[in-house]
Design a protein around this ligand. Structure first.
Ligand code: NDP
Ligand code: GDR
Length: 374
């Protein structure tokens, strides 16, 4: 029997990979997309199916996690076997700017979905996945962080996600729902939003290498993260809903690096070696040498990174390192891609785009790119 899945956040990084994954598994996939004044489906355009063709397997519905009646109507229509709640205002720094909106969407949005499932009498049919986060650990109480490590959220985003974590546990305990949390550590890909740190670095350095920008302005580059590849992590989201009993899992690689190291690797992928000098807000990264032909816009001595305190957060999560033993032992899950392979893939993709843009610029055309630096 064909299974039906509903994905909130299908237009995001994870939603797009998960939709591909479920379609390959033969699912009928429904996704909720937001109404926007310009197209926002770039990440799923390659799997889009014209609703006029017979038996389309991918269906998109307009909706929003802030709209109870809309969510209830979609769930009633779709009668999903599985709901993946990936939709969120997912940027930690932005959550300090828009804390109330973040709480509405990232916390109450989850409650709205769970209540809709219950209200429609689907609590025994519909399995529910909640996109929980390593940000819950915030000011870390134990290293590495595992399922039992106490939480201490450090942003409006993380506090909202804490509510969602517990309301998911609560609906499981109170109503016997198959509902579970994936506590996912940072995961990235060429589809990562441009203002998250890895993508900001790979895109920024690729643009600089091609002479489209001059300098990358960064926040706290001492920050330590456990980065994996989004493709590996969406496989795990599905696995969590295929077990006999619902359980919450930490998903991580178990290896940690600094933002500074990610900058060095990205530059190295472009054939550029960097030297970091100075400290605190005065730290800079300067080009020492260049190999190959990927960075015609650079020469030794160019400063390609400076610190801009506007990217510091009011409360920072300095270090995160996950222990994925439980997922490995119980679900047989191991990440297939290393962070270095992921970084190389991201730089390669961003360099392709930067080269296209450089060519357009050379021939006097307007650039179809935003210079927003997030
Ligand atoms: P993205 O920011 O790439 O995608 C978020 C998605 O949510 C987008 O489709 C976005 O739509 C949608 N969305 C935003 N606001 C609303 C709203 N009000 N109503 C409905 N949909 C909305 O995030 P990721 O794919 O990286 O992450 C997926 C989920 O996993 C998120 O919940 C995130 O918080 C969580 N998470 C992510 C981790 C990571 O490292 N990537 C780690 C741990 C948890 P639009 O495209 O229109 O903006
Ligand atoms: P994070 O990811 O906050 O961990 O949340 P992000 O990539 O934004 O930041 C990681 C670390 O890098 C530091 N940093 C910068 N970050 C950004 N965005 N821009 C900068 O210029 C910059 N300079 C340094 C940050 O301070 C931070 O320490 C992501 C999101 O996907 C969440 O939705 C998810 O829950 C968590 O990962 C796990």
């Amino acid at each position: 029997m064909t299974k039906t899945a509903l994905i909130t956040g299908i237009t995001g990084q994870d939603g797009s990979y998960l939709a591909e994954f479920l379609l390959e598994k033969g699912y009928e996939v429904h996704g909720i997309k937001r109404r926007a004044s310009s197209f926002n489906t770039q990440r799923i355009d390659h799997i889009y199916q014209d609703p006029h063709v017979p038996n389309p397997k991918l269906h998109l519905h307009y909706g929003d996690l802030s709209d109870t009646s809309n969510l209830t109507r979609i769930i009633r229509e779709v009668q999903p076997d599985e709901v993946y709640n990936l939709g969120a205002q997912s940027h930690v720094a932005v959550s300090f700017e828009s804390p109330e909106y973040t709480a509405d969407v990232d916390a109450i949005g989850t409650l709205r979905l769970l209540e809709a499932i219950r209200f429609l009498g689907l609590e025994k049919k519909t399995r529910f996945y909640q996109a929980s986060t390593s940000e819950l650990y915030g000011l870390v109480q134990e290293t590495p962080q595992r399922e039992t490590t106490p939480f201490h959220p450090r942003s409006p985003y993380a506090v909202a996600k804490l509510y969602s974590y517990w309301i998911t546990v609560n609906y499981r305990e109170a109503y016997g729902m198959y509902a579970c949390n994936g506590i996912l550590f940072n995961h990235e890909s060429p589809r990562r939003g441009e203002t998250f740190v890895t993508r900001k670095i790979t895109r920024g350095l690729a643009n600089i290498a091609q002479g489209l920008e001059s300098c990358l302005y960064m926040g706290n580059i001492d920050s330590l993260r456990d980065w994996g590849h989004a493709k590996d992590y969406v496989r795990m989201q599905w696995l969590m809903l295929q077990q006999d009993n619902p359980e919450d899992f930490v998903i991580a690689t178990g290896v940690q690096y600094s933002v500074r190291q990610f900058i060095e690797w990205s530059a190295a992928e472009l054939g550029v070696s960097l030297e970091f000098t100075g400290s605190g807000v005065d730290e800079t990264a300067t080009v020492v040498s260049i190999e190959g032909d990927k960075a015609p816009g650079l020469k030794p001595g160019d400063v390609v990174m400076r610190i801009d305190p506007q990217y510091f957060r009011p409360a920072e999560v300095e270090t995160l390192l996950g222990d994925p033993s439980n997922a490995k032992n119980k679900l047989g899950w191991v990440p297939e891609l290393t962070v270095q392979e992921m970084c190389a893939e991201m730089v390669t993709e961003d360099l392709k785009t930067a080269k296209r843009h450089a060519l357009l610029k050379e021939h006097g055309f307007e650039l179809p790119m935003s210079l927003e630096n997030g």
